[in-house]
Design a protein around this ligand. Structure first.
Ligand code: PMP
Length: 340
């Protein structure tokens, strides 16, 4: 009696609120702009062909054995190659500490916790605006947030001058979160030249860049191109952190497959950092569910499935098909604009 009398309902999540409003709306023309998920004409989730084929390949696998948090899986190796490039030095030298995470959210949460343990006095700088859950994730890890200028509503574009000022004025060695492509919610990304300037200024200030990569392949249709910001920071030899999600890029929302990676000075440091993140994960949820990890692992390590996936990610395919089907409408917006 009385244990929970002081508990009031939590504030509604702004994104889930959109879905609730959608479900409650009787209009036959309604469209759900809440969670950005692949849908067919009937509004049902779309299962990619590469996922269907991977499902068939792994049918009958032993799912009962959980993947021990201490085992570095093929999924992590392949994920790291996707962001940093398969021929990058960090991959060859084993300088990345990567762990499976519960999708992009879980990867961010693990990083925030890691940040608090090893830099307890630090802050996190978010773009203004940012994905609403970033605020919750770092708040729950007890890392105070600050914001940097990003979007200028008047010009509907990046406020690059103000962004650079904020980077320069932040205390040296600050943590910054970036969306490497398809910024959510604005769809506005820095250009290649602007990323170079940002990376240069990060060197000057000794800031730490954390990239939340939730939509690799969705901005340009090309996985490498969408990782361009990260590759630029790599060229400048930054040690960076990255959260990856397969929710959107493979349409695996419910499976919660993601990866957190942190670049290190050498493989010894990578082993230490990996063990610390695994320890954090162990206390939070033990180990991640295996099924989704096996799906991603199967797709990324089978050349045929991987190229099928790459084709499916390309939104240009959609535009080409629409044009092939004889649509006379202008579909350029699909390839020109950054959808997130
Ligand atoms: N980061 C950003 C910027 C996002 O938009 C999302 C998904 N909406 C995520 C992370 C995480 O999504 P998930 O946990 O489903 O991978």
């Amino acid at each position: 009696v009385g244990w929970w009398d002081h508990v009031a309902p939590a504030a509604k999540d702004p994104i889930n609120g959109v879905t609730e409003a959608f479900l409650a709306d009787p209009s036959p023309f309604k469209i759900n702009l809440g969670v950005g998920a692949y849908r067919d004409d009937k509004g049902r989730p779309v299962v990619l062909q590469c996922v269907r084929e991977a499902e068939a390949k792994i049918a009958g696998s032993e799912f009962l054995e959980s993947i021990s948090a201490s085992v570095s899986t093929k999924m992590v190796e392949e994920s790291v190659k996707l962001v940093y490039g398969k021929d990058s030095d960090v991959v060859k030298e084993g300088r990345s500490a990567g762990v499976q995470a519960l999708s992009g959210t879980g990867a961010c949460r693990l990083f925030a916790e890691f940040q608090r343990r090893f830099h307890p006095e630090s802050h996190i700088y978010f773009p203004d605006p940012t994905w609403s859950n970033h605020h919750n994730i770092w708040r729950d890890a007890q890392i105070p947030e600050r914001t940097y200028h990003y979007y200028d509503p008047d010009s509907k574009s990046l406020d690059f001058a103000a962004l650079m000022d904020d980077i320069k004025n932040a205390p040296d060695s600050s943590f910054f979160l970036f969306h490497p492509s398809a910024h959510n919610p604005t769809g506005v990304d820095p250009t290649e030249e602007q990323w170079r300037e940002i990376s240069y200024q990060f060197k000057v200030k000794g800031h730490f860049p954390f990239f939340d990569m939730a939509y690799q392949g969705f901005a340009s249709g090309d996985l490498d191109k969408d990782a361009q910001a990260i590759r630029i920071f790599l060229e400048d030899e930054h040690l960076i952190g990255c959260a990856q999600s397969y929710a959107k890029s493979m349409g695996l929302y419910g499976h919660r497959v993601g990866c957190l990676s942190i670049l290190c000075v050498d493989s010894k440091q990578a082993a230490a950092i990996r063990s610390q993140i695994q320890q954090i994960a162990r206390a939070m949820y033990g180990s991640p569910p295996v099924h989704g990890i096996l799906l991603v692992e199967t797709i990324l390590s089978d050349p045929n499935l991987k190229s099928l996936w790459i084709d499916e990610v390309k939104r240009t395919t959609l535009r080409q098909n629409l044009e092939k089907l004889g649509s006379s409408l202008n579909w350029e917006h699909i390839t020109n604009q950054v959808g997130s």
